[in-house]
Design a protein around this ligand. Structure first.
Ligand code: 4AD
Ligand code: MG
Length: 468
């Protein structure tokens, strides 16, 4: 076969006018379908560069039958052919095949994606192959675009990307149960005289875990570089089997010196609107597909978020609204209890009908590092609540006062001696500062309109599930 430079299908569809009808090019990809009659075969070829497949027209007379037989749904081929303007509607160009090489066959009897229209549940069981479907192609391309947009937003706004550790020796954040990291022999760990596992003999000389958040180290960065962000995997070992929880998820955590809670809210709102706008502008084909296939209101919902100011209110006001709502909730509403997803969604979807930023939560339900209000009861926490998602961002202004911080740590039983490095920032050049964490998969849930968080990460980690 003549060796020609391969063109991505995305590039062909965007640039076919300059490539020119009549030119001979090479395409490579996976066969979605093959149909036809006694004279011609029509192959839908997709290489994942774009949602659209391209039609390959094969004149049966010019090819030997044995090769053509190998070309079935799921097989991988390389095609040299001539670009022709497509007579059919829908697509501008197609490829008139001249030469075909089959890279890999896919047995029609056993290839799991033989037919269209599989359920999302079934596709989860074949997570190794689901990227080859239109739905997951779209989701994975959007995930990429959002990662890129996150870095672009922060870079353009003077933030530095700080790489915080994934293995951590502290579990003070209290954000969730942790996964232990150890190299000790699980059958015969070394024991202390008291008969407990002797972690001084472990790899790091102390117990270590996978991090639940990069925030505490992020604060160290902000106390030197002013504005930083982290963007990495985080881990929570809770047994929560919900459509919004993963055991391994990605979190984006900006941390800003000299920002108070209002600045923090302004940044969160601007950031989210930027990301949604970026998707609307740069992921149009994929969003159109998801809008048509899964959720006819998706694009309208995305636009709505970019066009309207988020509602800001105190936790205490939210409790009053929920109590006066006349709704029966599964979990009762009382000042001092954490809001459940049903409460958050009532506020967003029924009461305000737009995204909500709640602030000034009870101190007792929030982390030790949040800035204490003068009332002695509440802290300057902020949660951003989104339609269909509930909490998408959690953050706060941080307590910068050494005495108040350590008093709270003692009340909550957080050992000061293990956190000496964190406390040092309040001893040496402390400053008002704030930050938040955006759950990356919750963002992707919102942008794609998918209903289950297992469908917006390539290889989900949930209780009892780490197959792929
Ligand atoms: O509210 P969280 O627990 O906040 C923190 O971890 C802070 N340290 C963030 C900060 O201030 N820098 O988590 C932040 C966000 C949540 O709002 C949610 O979007 C997401 O992370 N999240 C999860 N996403 C998927 N699966 C889980 N199990 C999640 N837990 C939290
Ligand atoms: Mg939270």
């Amino acid at each position: 076969m003549e060796s020609l430079k391969r063109i991505r299908i995305a590039d062909l569809l965007h640039e076919w006018k300059s490539i020119g009808a009549g030119s001979t090019i090479n395409l490579k990809g996976w066969v979605r379908t093959k149909r036809g009659n006694k004279k011609v075969a029509f192959i839908a070829l997709n290489d994942g560069s774009i949602i659209h497949s391209i039609q390959i027209v094969v004149d049966l007379e010019s090819f030997d039958e044995a090769t053509l037989k190998l070309i079935t749904t799921g097989s991988c081929i390389s095609v040299n052919g001539v670009v022709v303007e497509s007579p059919g509607q829908g697509q501008a160009v197609e490829l008139q095949a001249r030469e075909i090489e089959v890279y890999g066959t896919a047995d029609a009897e056993t290839y799991p994606l033989q037919k269209k229209g599989h359920t999302l549940e079934f596709l989860r069981e074949i997570a190794h192959l689901r990227p080859r479907t239109n739905t997951f192609g779209a989701i994975l391309r959007i995930r990429h675009a959002m990662s890129f947009a996150i870095h672009k937003y922060f870079n353009d706004n003077g933030f530095y990307y700080l790489h915080t550790p994934i293995i951590t020796g502290s579990d003070a954040e209290g954000a969730g149960a942790m996964f232990r990291v150890t190299t000790l022999d699980d059958k015969k760990p070394p024991l202390t005289l008291k008969g407990e596992v002797d972690y001084t003999q472990d790899f790091f000389g102390k117990p270590t875990n996978l991090t639940v958040s990069g925030q505490l180290e992020g604060e160290l960065g902000a106390m030197a570089l002013s504005n930083i962000y982290t963007f990495g995997p985080t881990f929570r070992a809770e047994n929560s089997n919900t459509p919004r929880h993963l055991a391994e998820f990605w979190m984006v955590e900006p941390e800003m010196a000299f920002h108070d809670i209002k600045d923090n809210m302004d940044l969160a709102e601007d950031f989210l609107k930027y990301l949604v706008n970026y998707a609307l502008t740069n992921c149009k084909d994929d969003l159109d597909f998801l809008n048509n296939m899964y959720d006819k209101e998706l694009i309208d919902r995305l636009k709505f978020v970019t066009e309207n100011a988020f509602q800001r209110l105190d936790y205490t006001e939210a409790i009053d609204i929920l109590k006066a709502s006349g709704q029966t909730f599964e979990y009762p509403v009382n000042w001092g209890t954490d809001l459940q997803s049903e409460h958050e969604r009532y506020l967003v979807e029924k009461h305000f009908m737009k995204p909500v930023i709640l602030t000034n939560y009870p101190m007792s339900i929030k982390a030790f590092y949040m800035k204490q209000n003068d009332d002695g009861k509440t802290v300057r926490a902020m949660d951003v609540l989104f339609p269909r998602i509930g909490e998408i961002i959690g953050g706060s202004q941080r307590e910068e006062n050494l005495e108040k911080l350590t008093r709270r740590m003692n009340e909550m039983g957080i050992p000061e001696n293990e956190m000496w490095w964190y406390i040092d920032t309040r001893k040496f050049g402390t400053a008002p500062h704030s930050g938040f964490g955006l759950g990356f998969e919750r963002l992707i849930l919102f942008i794609t309109g998918m209903a289950n968080i297992r469908d917006v990460i390539p290889f989900p980690r949930t209780p009892q599930n780490a197959e792929f």
